[in-house]
Design a protein around this ligand. Structure first.
Ligand SMILES: Nc1ncnc2c1ncn2[C@@H]1O[C@H](COP(=O)(O)OP(=O)(O)OP(=O)(O)O)[C@@H](O)[C@H]1O
Length: 935
């Protein structure tokens, strides 16, 4: 019935709570300053439009409502009754929307206009076109994107069937009936109340009457704007891809409403035009308010399709309103205390605005621009309470919010000390600048009084020297700035939350700018005003939102910033933001007058340093976060995450009790990560499950059956079967397999990997599989040569001259193909794996090793020891063999890990061999020189 056409990836506008857009209808979407996704989406739509030489309304977007807690994403009813926390559930995460909150259906839409409003809010006008289902959300930041499938209302095969015709006729009849009631009710209501005016109702009736059977689906959609329906009803109609089902559902809703109205009206005859009535005024008023105000159908009134800028009030009242608005705007600009350069621009633009007609498209553009200028916090700043006692307070704040990470906290405190010092130096410099400026002005004023020439030139000299002093002091102020911190580490280790704590400790406003996926320079720097609906970039929007000039800006995921492309170079724009030499005159394309960002405290975060361009990296000071050990995670969970999740899920502290054992089980069997984000999520799931249990027990009147204490057994029922088993436990002992260690280049994370070597008849060649790089290939060859050379001492051949590789080929494999592996650090493990294979002696899987291996047999230093050891410990390794040269790196490893591992340091492969097989005899080893001599 409803054939689906092919899928496409399109930008998604998540609709606000309780709002559903249907095909054919118009919607006004208010966009508050807190929503950064829509400006980013609009910017992307503009870029696409200009690239494809299309109009903006030819670039499709989709509007998707939020899913309801009562329905599945596909519209099936899950719960009959709304739970108490219904509103919270629907509202939850409204700002930081995640993809799992989106409903499974929506509509493709075109952007038909943008209206500026007072304040930073604006309104986006969209028109629904056709139904889609969401296959997969492919992107969440900076705006949503999803793979969607469109569904057209093709009904040609069914149109002649009796049941289709019957449904369509009922739909049409009920639609006209409902419109009649609404019109009559409007007629009866006191003037001034929301009502369906006779002209609009006549046009609606004509519109309905003209509908052909093939348009049954669209009529049903249309009537959803008129009929009274709950949010879930609307979502279900949206999910009704099948036209017959859709008509049925809408008929049900209309019947219900018409019956309701009839109950309140004493109807003698019901025709489409006349109803002698006695009516319950209050009910009718309610009904009208709910329904009629929002009817906006293209071509049937409401805002016009196509681009429009603001409403156009008419008559003298409207003129007065415009004048008031201008006055208000002028006051706003005055209050904003713009710096001289910006004030000049504002004055010029304001003059232009006064001479324009409000109906002109340009009027709204200029007004919005001036409003933006007035909203930038040019001179407002929060009081920085940095003074004596601040550091102690900051320490307390950091300790309260975060467990452990002592090194990071220590570094942050010294950072805050620097911020404090810089601030007092700058205050001093500011004072000197003021004095010098005053001196210059005074000298300038004295100029005409100087009569003779020599005095004149002396004065000239003095003025010059004094203005030079001002310049020098200003540049001193600029360079003496606290460094920009870059917090690097795996996801979920607390980078964002610690930045927030710093802002709290400093008493500053906090704003997070997500840079992940920003590919367009204009997103950072804004669009030029010549673009229709241009707007400022992320930095200026952030300033407007916080409303102060000295906030803490968190530049999240700076490593995911897009590279230079045909849309400009976002990292170059970022460079300007972060460079103290430049950022006091930051130039946003939209604002087009320099903005001083020097008071903003920037903190950036990244998962890895690899993709951050060098010049950008140069401007930041790196502070590394490493992953947490199980013990640390347990403390974090019990002290911070559990109380937080209990609170968030509306429970009392004594209503659910986690113990250390339960938390350890969640850590080990349900999460495998360096940070604690998934751990927090799983704890949240457990809390929700307990909340449901608690409510059910109370509903049944048996509160005593509820048990607050959690046990390890409960976890399997709540979270499902264990997701992770001990990696080591999965491996059996077989010659040729050795546990190696890796530190992933992205995310500061480490883990184990298994090196498997197999031999087969052949010509001595080596084959590698498992996504292994070139350097690894070389280290395999080094290991092969060493073993071939020492086969006799190892007891693998009978004669010293015999070539053990002569008739064999080797196959080296490292499972976990998704992890790219390269680098020489697995050399020792490969040599041991090869000896193990050829000698038939297995290596215990709980023993892991890392070290670069040389042809001479020496084992050399490798990187990432800390990550590797934490990863090994997490995976259940008991003994680790490391190069002796790495001994001092291992000192940095948390003591829990060091205590849980036996670490053996070796300088030569023979030492490693003795540790791996302590009881083995090496018959020909005596033919070797003593060990010391070989080192
Ligand atoms: N040491 C800690 N003590 C208490 N809570 C912590 C700690 N580390 C992380 N958390 C909590 O873990 C959650 C995830 O942390 P956060 O969002 O700051 O991670 P992140 O490092 O910024 O991750 P990403 O790189 O993905 O942005 C937060 O709720 C945070 O409070």
């Amino acid at each position: 019935m409803a054939p689906a056409s092919q899928s496409a990836v399109v930008p998604v506008i998540p609709l606000a709570k309780g709002t559903v857009l249907f095909p054919g209808s118009l919607l006004r979407i208010p966009v508050p300053p807190s929503r950064s996704d829509i400006p980013a989406l609009i910017s992307n739509v503009y870029t696409r439009a200009s690239k494809g030489s299309r109009r903006v309304d030819q670039v499709p977007v989709v509007c998707v409502p939020l899913s309801s807690p009562l329905l599945s994403r596909r519209g099936q009813l899950l719960l009959e009754k709304a739970p108490e926390e219904y509103n919270e559930l629907l509202e939850a995460d409204d700002r930081n929307l995640r993809k799992d909150r989106l409903y499974g259906y929506g509509v493709t839409a075109k952007i038909t206009g943008i209206q500026g409003q007072n304040g930073a809010e604006f309104i986006l006008l969209v028109q629904g076109i056709s139904r889609i289902s969401v296959d997969k959300v492919t992107q969440e930041q900076p705006f949503f994107e999803a793979k969607v499938k469109s569904h057209s209302d093709a009904v040609s095969r069914e149109i002649d069937s009796d049941d289709y015709q019957e449904l369509f006729e009922s739909l049409k009849r009920l639609s006209r009936e409902l419109i009649s009631y609404l019109r009559v009710s409007a007629f009866l209501l006191s003037s001034g109340s929301a009502g369906l005016n006779p002209l609009l109702s006549r046009r609606l009736e004509q519109f309905i009457a003209r509908k052909q059977a093939a348009e049954g689906g669209s009529l049903a959609d249309f009537m959803m704007n008129v009929v009274e329906a709950s949010y879930e009803d609307k979502l279900q109609v949206l999910a009704a891809v099948d036209v017959k089902k859709r008509m049925q559902k809408v008929i049900e809703l209309m019947e219900r409403q018409v019956d309701d109205v009839k109950g309140n009206i004493n109807v003698t005859t019901v025709t489409s035009t006349a109803i002698p009535i006695r009516i319950d005024q209050e009910d009718m008023e309610k009904m009208n308010k709910r329904n009629i105000k929002k009817i906006q159908i293209p071509g049937l009134g409401g805002p016009p399709a196509g681009f429009s800028f603001g409403g156009m009030p008419g008559g003298g009242q409207a003129e007065q309103q415009d004048a008031d608005e201008l006055q208000e705007l002028e006051k706003k600009i005055e209050d904003a205390k713009l710096p001289p350069e910006a004030a000049k621009v504002a004055e010029r633009e304001f003059k232009r605005l006064k001479h324009m007609q409000p109906a002109q498209a340009e009027y709204q553009v200029v007004r919005t621009y001036l409003e933006t200028l007035a909203e930038i916090p040019w001179s407002i700043a929060t009081d920085d309470p940095i003074g004596t006692g601040t550091l102690a307070a900051a320490r307390k704040q950091l300790d309260n919010d975060h467990y452990g990470i002592e090194k990071v906290k220590k570094r942050l405190l010294s950072y805050l000390t620097i911020v404090k010092l810089m601030q007092s130096t700058n205050e001093d410099v500011d004072r000197q600048i003021k004095e010098a400026e005053q001196e210059t002005t005074e000298l300038e004023l004295g100029k005409p009084a100087a009569k003779n020439l020599s005095l004149d030139s002396e004065l000239e000299e003095k003025i010059k020297a004094s203005s030079l002093k001002v310049q020098m002091l200003q540049s001193k102020r600029r360079t003496e700035r606290a460094p920009i911190l870059l917090l690097v580490g795996p996801p979920g280790v607390g980078k964002t939350s610690i930045a927030r704590s710093i802002a709290t400790a400093l008493g500053r406003q906090f704003h997070r700018i997500s840079l992940g996926g920003v590919r367009d320079e204009a997103e950072i720097r804004g669009h030029r005003r010549t673009y229709v609906a241009a707007m400022p970039g992320l930095i200026v929007q952030g300033l407007r939102k916080v409303g102060v000039a000295n906030p803490v800006f968190l530049l999240d995921e700076i490593d995911k910033l897009g590279m230079a492309n045909h849309n400009g170079d976002p990292s170059a724009a970022m460079l300007e933001v972060l460079d103290p030499e430049q950022n006091h005159t930051f130039n946003d394309h939209y604002v087009n007058t320099p903005i001083d960002l020097s008071k903003v405290l920037f903190i950036a975060t990244a998962n890895s340093l690899d993709t951050i361009p060098g010049p950008l990296l140069d401007r930041m000071e790196i502070l590394e976060f490493s992953g947490y050990t199980t013990l640390e995670k347990r403390h974090i969970a019990l002290r911070h995450l559990v109380p937080k999740q209990i609170r968030v899920n509306g429970l009392q502290e004594d209503q659910v009790k986690f113990n250390g054992e339960v938390v350890s089980k969640i850590i080990e069997s349900y999460t495998r990560e360096s940070g604690v984000r998934n751990l927090e999520r799983e704890i949240g799931s457990v809390c929700r499950a307990k909340a449901v249990e608690y409510v059910e027990a109370n509903d049944k009147g048996q509160p005593e059956t509820y048990r607050a204490d959690l046990t390890v057994e409960d976890l399997e029922t709540i979270l499902g079967i264990e997701r992770f088993e001990d990696e080591i436990a999965e491996k059996n002992t077989q010659p040729g397999i050795v546990t190696g260690l890796v530190a992933y280049s992205s995310g500061g994370n480490g883990g184990i990997l298994f090196i498997e070597v197999l031999d087969m008849p052949g010509d001595g060649s080596v084959e590698l599989t498992g996504n292994l790089g070139k350097v690894l290939m070389e280290s395999v060859k080094v290991a092969r040569s060493w073993v071939r050379n020492h086969a006799y001492e190892l007891g693998l051949t009978r004669e010293p001259t015999e070539n053990i590789m002569k008739n064999r080929s080797l196959h080296v494999h490292c499972p976990s193909g998704a992890v790219p592996k390269d680098g020489p650090s697995s050399g020792m493990a490969q040599a041991i794996a090869l000896i193990s294979l050829l000698s038939g002696r297995p290596v215990p899987p709980t023993m892991a090793m890392t070290g670069e291996f040389q042809l001479s047999g020496h084992v050399k230093r490798v990187g990432g020891i800390k990550e590797k050891l934490i990863g090994a410990y997490r995976a259940g390794v008991k003994t680790v063999v490391l190069p002796a040269q790495n001994e001092k790196d291992a000192r940095e490893v948390p003591s829990e890990v060091k205590d849980g591992l036996k670490i053996i340091y070796v300088s030569h492969i023979w030492e490693a061999i003795r540790h791996v097989w302590p009881d083995a005899q090496w018959p020909n080893e005596t033919s070797l020189p003593p060990l010391q001599a070989r080192l």
